[in-house]
Design a protein around this ligand. Structure first.
Ligand SMILES: Nc1nc2c(ncn2[C@@H]2O[C@H](COP(=O)(O)OP(=O)(O)O)[C@@H](O)[C@H]2O)c(=O)[nH]1
Ligand SMILES: [Mg+2]
Length: 443
């Protein structure tokens, strides 16, 4: 997610960091570069233009204030404005009625059915009694799909087979009332393209079922198309928010950056996998950090917490921060790390990690098994102090693990790099961004 845009911001910021003074010239140079990065990421051109204007204006204001680190002040301006652009702060669902109704709208294939089940799963975890409603009656497969996903999430699914979707929704809500259901999620039909009939149907459902939340589900991979259809739906339906799906793919990020500004409606969730737990609350600050390459320590730690027990996650975090994470810990965490995703993914979430270097690093998942075998063949001393691993030790480890010596060399080298990065990370006062020291805490 956001890899390309992050790489590009990385190089813009590299030029900015050493800046001795903010001048008209470097304001122009930087904003021109930022504009190009945004347009390359498929950000709506008006959104990019207005963003640049705001950054320019603030940078002009910053010209006169004396700053210890002008380059970083400039970076902070871009960071602040990016958070604002993405919506400022996370917008939770507002569910107060009993039952609360959530209406899912969007084009076919955007991820409505999948997101209906994911959202149900999320709300169930928060202790709500949830009912999913199969109101996409035009394709029998759609009803089956929702039923299957409901089974995975262990959630009831209301369906009447094919019928009148407006009536089905009404009946489902009565059923929910009679059964003390807290939240009803209506999975509606989409079309391949926006058409009048679909709009009339979904407007009728909205009118009849008085939803507290009307969520537009948009396919993040489609970039500006997603933004345009969000705009059209918003005019027809008065959305309360957007779910941007498929952000685990190679979406360039343009939709995520543009939707809020174009529609005025917040992105509330993003879909990050096809699985039932692949829905995350959209937090503008965290996403801005990701986009701008400041790392996402919060996601990393949260990811650890959902899979590893909390104490272990805390130990892991402390070790990473204090740079006392050795090969032995590395091996011990390996099983858990494997559960969390690929090493590259994990490293990519760490602030200050150079993405280009990451690409060159050999952190494949099958490599993890080999790595484990290699570490298993080391003595405890070697694990805590890999520097002592000389030629003959390497030979012994190679024999013991059945891996060639060059792999052992590579592991030691990679681990040294990783320790260096962790050290950088650990030295930061706040898990934000190396060199942003003077701005830490000023938000
Ligand atoms: N990778 C990925 N796939 C998704 C995500 N959300 C939905 N999908 C997939 O997109 C396809 C269409 O989703 P579906 O929920 O049927 O869309 P609908 O037609 O709007 O109901 C399915 O294959 C889903 O598994 C996501 O966040 N990530
Ligand atoms: Mg569907």
């Amino acid at each position: 997610m956001f890899d390309q845009i992050t790489d590009k911001f990385d190089s813009v910021f590299r030029n900015l960091r050493g800046l001795g003074k903010i001048t008209d010239r470097n304001i122009n140079d930087t904003t021109r570069e930022v504009r190009r990065v945004l347009l390359d990421a498929d950000v709506n051109f008006r959104v990019a233009r207005d963003f640049i204007n705001r950054v320019q204006e603030r940078a002009q204001g910053a010209k006169v204030t004396k700053s210890v680190k002008p380059g970083q002040q400039f970076i902070k301006i871009i960071h602040d404005e990016m958070i604002q652009l993405l919506g400022g702060s996370a917008q939770e669902l507002e569910l107060t009625q009993s039952p609360s109704v959530i209406l899912m709208a969007g084009l076919q294939g955007s991820g409505k059915t999948t997101s209906t089940a994911k959202l149900g799963h999320l709300l169930k975890k928060q202790g709500k009694k949830v009912l999913l409603v199969a109101a996409d009656v035009y394709r029998p497969a759609a009803i089956d799909q929702l039923k299957k996903m409901g089974e995975v999430a262990n959630l009831p699914v209301y369906d009447e087979g094919t019928g009148n979707p407006i009536k089905i929704c009404k009946n489902a809500i009565s059923h929910a009332k009679a059964n003390n259901i807290d939240v009803v999620i209506l999975d509606t039909a989409g079309r391949l393209h926006i058409d009048g009939e679909m709009m009339i149907e979904i407007q009728a459902i909205a009118e009849d079922s008085s939803p507290e939340e009307v969520l537009f589900v948009a396919d993040g991979m489609t970039g500006q198309d997603a933004v345009n259809s969000a705009k059209i739906f918003n005019e027809a339906l008065s959305l309360s928010g957007v779910i941007l799906t498929k952000m685990d793919g190679d979406a360039r990020g343009g939709a995520a950056v543009s939707i809020r500004e174009v529609t005025g409606k917040p992105i509330k969730f993003i879909g990050v996998s096809e699985k039932i737990d692949g829905l995350q609350l959209f937090d503008p600050k965290r996403i801005a950090d990701r986009i701008l390459g400041f790392g996402d320590v919060v996601s990393l730690v949260e990811k650890a917490q959902t899979l590893v027990d909390e104490k272990d996650a805390e130990v892991l975090r402390k070790k990473m921060m204090k740079n006392t994470f050795d090969l032995e810990d590395f091996r011990n965490q390996m099983h858990q790390l494997k559960k969390m995703g690929s090493m590259k993914q994990l490293m990519g979430m760490m602030p200050g990690v150079n993405r280009k270097m990451l690409k060159g690093m050999n952190l494949d998942d099958k490599q993890m098994d080999w790595t484990e075998a290699i570490i298993n063949s080391m003595t405890l001393d070697e694990r805590s102090n890999p520097k002592i691993i000389n030629g003959s030790r390497r030979m012994r480890i190679s024999k013991g693990s059945g891996r060639p010596v060059h792999e052992i060399n590579a592991l030691i080298k990679q681990f040294a790099e990783m320790q260096k990065m962790m050290k950088k990370f650990g030295n930061m006062k706040s898990p934000k961004f190396p060199g942003m020291g003077s701005f830490v805490g000023i938000n």
